[in-house]
Ligand binder design. Structure first.
Ligand code: B12
Length: 249
């Protein structure tokens, strides 16, 4: 179908030009640049040109390579998680919780494992928020417990129990050796073991390098990625914990 097949745009429409960056474990010299071109060729970038190369300490070089690919993108075959809930204002979120839940909705958040990147979860939870939106602490009908960085899974489960959490929000930013996936699986398994189905809080993870389609594989209810705003999270909480549940009851 016309308009559904696209190719990358570099200098002129449809020229197939892309730019990639990577690091090779070789010192910077002509041979290293040749190695970068060889790798790019093997990735289907042909011709490929090194447009930037910078030594990264002893024995490593960072490259930016620009070149052409012949691959086409079929927009009809793209699979993404679309937002399937309405975006509500803070006022509407508070009203729905107050009228239909008739108590505050309890949210417990943390960075688990060894991850100390708290900026993302703080952006969602703290009043200061992000992108001009205030975080969940600003919502009158939400009770937020932010446990901060490097929280162990048992500590998280215990706090969720004490706070009678309706939702647990976990942040994972470090992806080295798939730490974000291992930690998330450990967390969801611990909740499944500690609490019977129906009594478990909604499990939400977020971070810049998650694949949002992996909810089932990771045992969580929802994954939020790059650029998430507090309003989206608050709207999802209302949808998943109140609107959808009442509709299904
Ligand atoms: C700031 C920073 C740090 C700070 C963190 C301070 C803090 N209190 O958070 C410090 C200096 C401590 C740090 C340390 C390290 N860092 Co660092 N850090 C960064 C940096 C520059 C920015 C991250 C950030 O704050 N982004 C801004 C926030 C707002 O964005 P975000 O996290 O994506 O969050 C948004 C969404 O993802 C989503 N979201 C995130 N979490 C959640 C959770 C929920 C529930 C929801 C709904 C949504 C959500 O919503 C947020 C708002 O939109 C990144 C590089 C980069 N430019 O991203 C590296 C980066 C993340 N760090 C990295 C590394 C390697 C480290 C160290 C290991 C370095 C070292 N060798 O010591 C240590 C690890 C420390 C540890 N134990 O975790 C790597 C990770 C690489 C990888 N593959 O995992 C990165 C990518 C840098 C790089 N290119 O190499 N780091």
């Amino acid at each position: 179908m016309s308009g559904q097949i696209v190719r990358p745009y570099g200098d002129t429409t449809g020229d197939g030009m892309v730019q990639v960056s990577f690091t090779l474990p070789v010192s910077h010299d002509k041979r290293a640049e040749g190695a970068a071109v060889q790798l790019a060729n093997k990735m289907g970038i042909d011709p490929a040109m090194v447009v930037h190369a910078k030594p990264m300490g002893d024995g490593f070089t960072f490259f930016v390579v620009y070149g052409r690919v012949n691959h086409l993108v079929d927009l009809n075959a793209v699979q993404v998680v679309e937002r399937d809930f309405a975006l509500l204002s803070a006022k509407d979120v508070n009203t729905v919780i107050k009228q239909r839940l008739r108590r505050k909705l309890s949210v417990v958040g943390a960075c688990i494992g060894t991850d100390a990147h708290t900026v993302g979860i703080d952006a969602i939870l703290n009043v200061k928020g992000i992108a001009g939106e205030k975080g969940l602490e600003y919502y009158r009908e939400l009770k937020v417990t932010n446990m901060g960085a490097q929280v162990s899974v048992p500590e998280l489960v215990e706090t969720a129990r004490v706070e009678k959490a309706d939702a647990v929000l976990v942040s994972q930013v470090v992806t080295q050796r798939d730490a974000h996936l291992h930690n998330t699986r450990e967390m969801s398994a611990a909740f499944r073991e500690a609490m019977p189905a129906g009594r478990r809080p909604l499990l939400i993870v977020g971070g810049p390098r998650f694949d949002e389609t992996m909810t089932d594989e990771l045992g969580v209810d929802r994954i939020f990625g790059r650029g998430t705003t507090p309003g989206e999270v608050a709207s999802y909480l209302v949808h998943a914990l109140i609107t959808k549940r009442k509709a299904m009851a």
